[in-house]
Design a protein around this ligand. Structure first.
Ligand code: SAM
Ligand code: SF4
Length: 458
């Protein structure tokens, strides 16, 4: 008999992708997804503890689901970073919780669920899987209704930045064998996927510990050869490890989109040192300069933290200067929150909450203006757009993304979904672009459109 699973996901793309994997896995055990928690037989909260805010949401979410347990006996579980970090303490703290599933335990979920169903026993699995087999692909059972897909290539991190919980909750770096990744992408392409985003906390570390000698740039080269795949993206790259070989890959690989997410965290060398980031403001800017020289149209996004312990006004100004110098296409900006067990959590020279908030608001205001200006600079030009589906705003419009990952809406038929088409940008908005289809008969090859909108020789 079919049952229903409801999953609430917090945090990053890694978690969103884990939720996708869990849904695929449970489908084989007759659990189908519902978007309505009220009709669920199993409710799972997939958690994130990278920052304080998403972590706190977990407890309020569990509070909301308590009634479902009481009314209809739904099974309640917690997965993700908080599950990994807290383990059985979560079962003690939340008496109606049935399951705790750590970041490495996803493949065991169906068996654990069956155990809870059969015996009513409360279960916790929060160990680390040292051979990395938990990263294996979970193939979709029903046809995929999507043009883009995440693909995990590595997980965990060996960097131990002083503010970051990731190495403690996702473990040390583990890479998936190249052959496995390529096979997964080939299967996704057969199911209609045109764009993959390769996921890892530090993709530059790809290959460490594998039997085969292979690095991230070599993996990209192999993926670029997959027939039927149009676009490749990846996230996240650590500035310290961004190699010249990877920078050159943007020139050589036609499917690799001209966008990089390169978190800088702070523009102050003093703060970067205290964060243990392993680079200076100058060396970060040198990498940006190299990227822009190799690829002038490169879109650059990043993460930044304000209010790290010891951050003075002049350090914050250096962060603002860096933002104004690089002119990022977009920024993910966060107030520092101490994470239990990290080195920075022991630092005492804390920045007051109000100061953190004021700095964040100012930084975000400056970035909003830059993002809008960068969008406006695209007006009049022609962009290669991968069409993803119907636009939410109008039934006559379709929506897609440029190679630089900007959303474009334009009038066009649904038959364009999955195709690369040339679109002239007519209007820029703060978070998206509007365009006009140049020629619906003309379908592009990846990367073949020059920025003036000229068709190239292919
Ligand atoms: N691996 C990436 C890198 O090296 O920059 C970052 C991955 S981390 C999961 C995502 C982002 O969360 C970080 O770039 C950082 O800006 C933010 N972050 C991590 N720990 C934080 C903390 N304790 N307080 C505020 N923001 C934090
Ligand atoms: Fe966290 Fe990224 Fe630093 Fe790793 S490199 S510890 S994931 S911030």
């Amino acid at each position: 008999m079919e049952k229903r699973v409801y999953i609430e996901t917090y945090g990053c793309q890694m978690n969103e992708h884990d939720t996708e994997r869990i849904l695929r896995l449970l489908e084989g055990f007759h659990y189908l997804e519902t978007k309505d928690a009220g009709e669920a037989d199993f409710v799972l909260v997939n958690t994130c503890s990278v920052r304080e805010k998403p972590e706190h949401k977990v407890y309020s979410a569990l509070g909301r689901f308590k009634g479902l347990k009481e009314k209809k006996g739904a099974i309640i579980g917690v997965a993700g970073c908080v599950a990994q970090q807290e383990g059985s303490r979560l079962l003690e703290r939340v008496p109606y919780l049935d399951m705790v599933i750590g970041t490495h335990a996803i493949p065991m979920l169906p068996q654990l669920l069956q155990k809870v169903e059969a015996s009513g026993e409360r279960v916790c699995e929060a160990g680390f899987d040292l051979d990395g087999s938990y990263l294996k692909a979970i193939p979709p059972r029903s046809p995929l209704d999507q043009i883009r897909s995440y693909v995990t290539i590595m997980q965990g991190c060996d960097h131990f930045c002083s503010f970051c919980i990731v190495p403690y909750v996702r473990g040390r770096e583990q890479s998936r064998p190249r052959r496995e990744i390529v096979e997964e992408i080939e299967r996704l392409v057969e199911m209609g996927v045109k764009e993959v985003c390769l996921l890892g906390q530090n993709v530059n570390g790809y290959g460490k510990g594998l039997k085969e000698e292979v690095n991230f740039s070599q993996l990209l080269r192999r993926i670029d050869e997959i027939d039927g795949l149009d676009r490749i993206r990846f996230t996240t790259s650590h500035p310290k490890d961004l190699s010249e070989e990877l920078i050159q890959a943007y020139l050589k690989l036609s499917k690799l989109c001209e966008h990089i997410h390169l978190p800088f965290q702070s523009g102050s060398d003093k703060v970067l040192k205290a964060m243990h980031r392993g680079y200076t403001e100058e060396s970060y800017l040198e990498k940006i300069d190299r990227l822009k020289r190799v690829c002038p149209s490169m879109a650059i996004t990043a993460d930044v933290i304000v209010g790290f312990p010891g951050e003075e006004e002049k350090d914050f100004e250096e962060t603002l200067n860096l933002i104004q110098e690089v002119r990022f296409d977009d920024l993910f900006s966060f107030k520092y929150s101490p994470r239990k067990g990290t080195r920075a959590a022991q630092l005492t020279d804390k920045v007051e909450e109000k100061v953190k908030q004021d700095r964040l608001s100012l930084l975000q205001k400056i970035q909003r203006e830059i993002t809008f200006q960068k969008n406006q600079a695209l007006e009049g030009g022609v962009e290669e757009v991968l069409v993803e589906g119907r636009s939410k705003q109008s039934r006559e419009d379709v929506t897609g993304r440029t190679r630089s990952n900007k959303i474009v809406n334009f009038k066009g038929p649904l038959s364009l979904v999955g195709k690369l088409v040339p679109v002239r940008i007519t209007n820029a908005y703060p978070h998206s672009l509007r365009g006009a289809l140049l020629d619906s008969e003309f379908v592009l090859s990846p990367g073949c459109l020059s920025h003036e909108g000229q068709k190239c020789c292919c």
